[in-house]
Write a protein that binds this ligand. Structure first.
Ligand code: PLP
Length: 411
């Protein structure tokens, strides 16, 4: 028997940038009995979560919810909008952009993967600086025959800790007077980093449950635009399970064409209550503040942050580059074994070169001070020479920058 009950004393520090820790309030909501997904109570639940999730995406348009991981919602976006052989422009921001590009190729699309020229620390410059909207604008202007059907970009690139400017990509498409659809992956940005589906003119936004929404893995989303719904009527890639038309139609009454993930939807309802009670502005500010504290720690250690442009630092995670000759995976292993703290690995071209600290969702100042303590001890044990104490720097940052509203009021 696999003993999943075993755990050391205290709470595990799940500091990977998704799945993120699930608050007890959400775990309790999900422990309710599973109900009849065709019964009347279910319709009320469905209507509530479908209304709430629009607020989280900042959209008035339909949002499709799939019982699938984020990867499924990537496929849903492409297969609903495009036809075999369609030309798709994607941008190389990191490992997740690379995987989405690979998927598009496997689906039979003709993909063009724009990259920022040059390398820094052995990886393409885009892995440190995110999407350069001018490059997209220039490429679209050169496409006078409008062969390019869609532009796909990752908002918060989880492999690097770089958050690209989606409003700038929208402006680039408009400046080129190009009709391409705009598809955005904010699987790790939603409900942590500011994101505005309607205001930024995004046609499909892809997201998932296990990051900013603080839910377990297992549901994912496509937020739509009227233009996307129209384009899906003539798109010819095969689609059945992912097809928006039946889902959007049945969602009007709060039901799905198949069995939805009932207990995760209880969790989603609770997550939306928590986020909307706090207010999205406060949620975004909380993440920015944590990110600043963690960056202060990395700087005090004298280590380099994967994101090289302060304008696009991710509020969700921070990538920490190891000095030459230090294996980041060995450092992570040591921190896991000795201090019960999980950190994100370097992915793809960054394997072994850096690790990632997640600072999202159900987190607080002391969790981060603890996690940074684990990192600092682990780095020293691994023989990394540190310039100073990152924990001290983070404590000073948090103490010097109080939350705008006290977390608790004493009696
Ligand atoms: C997590 C993540 C994915 C993949 O989602 P899965 O749920 O693992 O399928 C894709 N893109 C980004 C930016 C992510 O953070």
């Amino acid at each position: 028997m696999l003993n999943l009950d075993f755990h050391p004393t205290g709470r595990h520090f799940l500091q990977i940038p998704g799945p993120s820790p699930v608050p007890d309030r959400i775990l309790r909501a999900m422990s309710l009995p599973t109900i009849d997904h065709r019964g009347p109570e279910f319709g009320a639940l469905g209507r509530k979560v479908l209304a709430d999730i629009r607020q989280i995406f900042q959209t008035r348009n339909p949002v499709a919810i799939y019982p699938a991981s984020g990867t499924g919602a990537w496929e849903a976006a492409l297969s609903n909008l495009l036809s075999p052989g369609d030309h798709v422009l994607m941008y190389e921001t990191g490992h997740f952009a690379t995987l989405w590009n690979k998927m598009a190729t496997r689906l039979g699309l003709q993909t063009e993967f724009l990259a920022l020229p040059g390398t820094e620390h052995g990886v393409p410059a885009g892995w440190r600086r995110g999407v350069q909207a001018e490059q997209i604008e220039a490429r679209l202007k050169a496409d006078s025959g409008h062969a390019i059907k869609a532009v796909c970009v990752v908002h918060n690139e989880t492999s690097t800790g770089v958050t690209s400017d989606i409003a700038a990509v929208r402006r680039a498409i408009d400046a080129a007077r190009h009709p391409a659809l705009l598809l955005v992956d904010t699987i790790s940005g939603l409900a942590s980093a500011d994101y505005r589906h309607d205001e930024w003119g995004v046609d499909v936004t892809v997201s998932g449950s296990q990051k900013g929404l603080m839910l377990p893995p297992g549901i994912s989303f496509n937020a739509l635009s009227p233009k996307a719904l129209e384009a899906s009527k003539s798109a010819r890639l095969p689609k059945a399970f992912w097809a928006w038309d039946e889902i959007v139609e049945m969602n009007q009454s709060g039901y799905w064409p198949y069995t939805p993930n009932t207990n995760l939807l209880y969790g989603l309802s609770e997550a939306c209550d928590m986020l909307l009670e706090q207010g999205l502005e406060a949620v975004f500010a909380r993440h920015q503040r944590w990110a600043a504290g963690v960056r202060a720690a990395v700087k005090a250690w004298g280590l380099e942050i994967q994101c090289a442009d302060p304008a696009v630092y991710s509020p969700v995670l921070t990538g920490v580059i190891m000095p030459e000759g230090v294996d980041a995976d060995a450092v992570r292993k040591l921190i896991y074994e000795r201090f019960d703290c999980s950190l994100g690995a370097g992915l793809g071209k960054l394997k072994g070169r850096m690790f990632r600290i997640g600072h999202l969702g159900d987190c607080n100042d002391l969790t981060l001070v603890g996690a940074l303590g684990g990192c600092e001890m682990g780095l020293r044990l691994a023989g990394v020479r540190l310039a100073g104490s990152g924990v001290q720097a983070a404590m000073e940052y948090f103490a010097g920058h109080p939350q705008p509203v006290a977390l608790r009021k004493a009696a």
